[in-house]
Design a protein around this ligand. Structure first.
Ligand code: AMP
Ligand code: MN
Ligand code: MN
Ligand code: MN
Length: 287
């Protein structure tokens, strides 16, 4: 596997806030020409054994994965862990603790929405939840589209559920150092997900990269469905400046909602070290 490998190392199933099962994602990845795949459900590993089995059935090389929600300097930041042992006790306990506040947060979100005239959002969102442990803003967004409050989930996030808008409940996720340490302790590599998505000042962004690296983080997503072409260039430079391996992943959630399909991203810019070369020994090859 080299820098041109069609690796897609970031996507979500209905174990978190995607709409497809791990099995359907494996088939879609294979059909779209993905050559190395990872399922990275938010704060969850419970889809990993199914994803591994489905990848093997499709003849698709696989890396285990998860995407951990972190609070850093008051911002929500996502850390992808690849090549982790999906049965690692400390990582599983950390993820369970990270998921823990989601139900109460969801009830508060529903109260705020009710106060602006949108009733029944908790029950409504629950209809879209595949895993009762993982109710997310995405499930509320799907309900608000069904209830015709907005015409798309993207519009929901613009008008509700984000800072300063009704339905936004601030939440404290895992600490950055803990998330990186759980991933490293489980034999994996920690990767800073879609860095362009965070509303940081340049100083805060530099601090995020520095602290991530100091805690033992080793990779950064350069080519992702969340970045523009100009951002591929910017984060390729950041990867080199900070000595980080580069990752590539669509962040695919749903055929109806996602702009970027599995396996459809451009290659990593040249001269970068791909995460999948460093993780060569963690790749699970089909027989
Ligand atoms: P949560 O972990 O419950 O805060 O939900 C975060 C999820 O919401 C992300 O993983 C995305 O899938 C989704 N999301 C966040 N912002 C947006 C947006 N602007 N448009 C569409 N989906 C979004
Ligand atoms: Mn998501
Ligand atoms: Mn994310
Ligand atoms: Mn994601």
């Amino acid at each position: 596997m080299n820098i041109l490998t069609n690796a897609d190392l970031h996507c979500h199933s209905d174990v978190s806030d995607g709409t497809l099962t791990p099995e359907a994602l494996a088939a879609r990845a294979r059909g779209n020409g993905v050559e190395l795949w990872a399922l990275t459900d938010h704060d969850e590993l419970s889809g990993q054994h199914r994803a591994m089995a489905a990848a093997a059935e499709q003849g698709l090389p696989y890396l285990t994965g998860t995407e951990i929600s972190v609070t850093f300097a008051g911002l929500t930041v996502h850390i992808v862990g690849l090549g982790v042992d999906p049965d690692d006790v400390r990582l599983k306990a950390g993820l369970q603790a990270t998921r823990g506040g989601r139900e109460n947060r969801a009830r508060e979100m529903a109260e705020q929405l009710a106060a602006v005239g949108i009733k029944g959002a908790f029950e409504g969102a629950l209809q879209y939840v595949g895993n009762p442990d993982l109710i997310s803003r995405t499930h509320f967004a799907r309900f608000l589209v069904e209830a015709r409050v907005c015409s798309s989930t993207h519009e929901v996030f613009r008008h509700y559920l984000t800072e300063g808008k009704p339905g936004f409940v601030p939440h404290r996720w895992a600490a950055l150092g803990d998330a990186v340490s759980w991933i490293n302790g489980a034999g994996g590599m920690a990767i800073l997900a879609h860095p362009a998505r965070y509303r940081t000042t340049p100083t805060e962004e530099y601090a995020l990269f520095s602290e991530f690296k100091a805690h033992g983080g080793q990779g950064v997503e350069v080519v992702t469905g969340s970045h523009t072409a100009a951002e591929y260039v910017k984060y390729a430079e950041m990867a080199q400046e900070f000595g980080l391996y580069a990752s590539r992943g669509s962040d695919f959630h749903s055929p109806e909602e996602s702009h970027t399909d599995l396996g459809s991203l451009p290659d990593l810019p040249g001269a970068l070290q791909p995460v999948w070369e460093a993780l060569r020994d963690r790749v699970i090859h089909p027989h």
